[in-house]
Write a protein that binds this ligand. Structure first.
Ligand code: FAD
Length: 257
């Protein structure tokens, strides 16, 4: 599909919290043109110190983690639009004007950038569902807060629409929602019938020395390449943690003056 700030995309991820960004890492790394639309309001920004996210034994600033996830999605090739999705409409993918897209995703930045068309939409907006109300076939669950009815892999009642993270009723934990976002990303790759086996980086020879082709989605990396990638990470990562995160601590809106 074509690129550009908006236009037509393979995947539009609505919500760039932990679930949405994790989904985008997987779809973008595996060749789907991915746009994340997000106004920067992840609830994780209210956390004071994230001490149960895998891989950070001394905890991590939650705003830093969101920055790193955003950087990882961008590194994978995903674009980001700082905007709020206001409405989604379905279109007939057989329609010549639709570019194979199933959805038109409208945002509050449309006057500036125009609406986005997409073949797949990942809804990852925690309890925000207003933009889904015009879509026939989405099960909205009202349990005090709103959720989207989805199967274990995030598929909803609308072909091409997936729900990820808290919105799909996953436990209110960052690691679980990130993991579910990743699962939804992989589900899209599988449902897309793209050539895909696993998103793995394996040592040189892991497959080929056993007489196998490197499966689609996998990569074999030799020792020089592995050291080069490690050196780049060792060079870049300490700077990310050199200073406290500049953003202020956020809290519940009812506690703000
Ligand atoms: C005070 C507090 C402390 C917490 N501490 C912990 C903890 O220590 N450990 C832990 O595991 N979990 C913690 N959590 C829970 C954790 O933050 C959530 O479970 C997790 O962030 C949910 O991930 P998500 O991606 O589903 O939602 P979010 O991270 O909230 O992401 C949703 C995204 O959707 C975007 N969005 C909303 N509406 C729209 C729209 N219309 N268009 C486009 N984008 C939209 C928002 O900007 C946001 O970025 C804490 C939560 C709070 C409130």
């Amino acid at each position: 599909m074509t690129n550009g700030p908006t236009g037509a995309r393979d995947v539009v991820v609505v919500g760039g919290g932990v679930a949405g960004l994790s989904a985008a890492v997987f779809t973008a790394r595996n060749g789907l043109d991915t746009l994340v639309v997000d106004p920067g309001e992840s609830i994780l920004r209210r956390n004071a110190r994230l001490e149960n996210f895998p891989g950070f034994p001394l905890g991590v600033d939650p705003r830093r983690l969101l920055d790193l996830l955003g950087e990882q999605a961008a590194e994978a090739g995903a674009d980001r639009l700082d905007a709020r999705v206001t409405r989604i409409e379905t279109i007939d993918p057989g329609d010549d004007a639709a570019d194979g897209a199933r959805f038109v995703v409208e945002t509050d930045a449309d006057e500036r950038d125009g609406a986005v068309r997409a073949r797949y939409v990942v809804a990852a907006t925690k309890n925000e569902v207003g933009y889904l109300e015009t879509l026939d076939g989405v099960g909205i669950l009202d349990r005090g807060k709103s959720y989207v009815d989805a199967d274990e892999r995030g598929r909803t009642g609308v072909d091409g629409l997936y729900a990820a993270g808290r919105l799909a009723e996953k436990p209110h934990q960052a690691a679980v929602c990130a993991g579910h976002g990743a699962e939804v990303g992989v589900t899209i790759l599988e449902d897309d019938d793209a050539l895909f086996y696993h998103d793995w980086v394996a040592p040189e020879g892991y497959f080929t020395d056993r007489g196998r082709d490197v499966p689609p989605g996998c990569e074999e990396v030799n020792a020089d390449e592995r050291r080069e990638r490690e050196a780049a990470a060792l060079d870049a990562i300490p700077e990310r943690f050199a200073e406290p995160h500049p953003d202020p601590q956020e809290t519940h809106p009812s506690l703000e003056e």
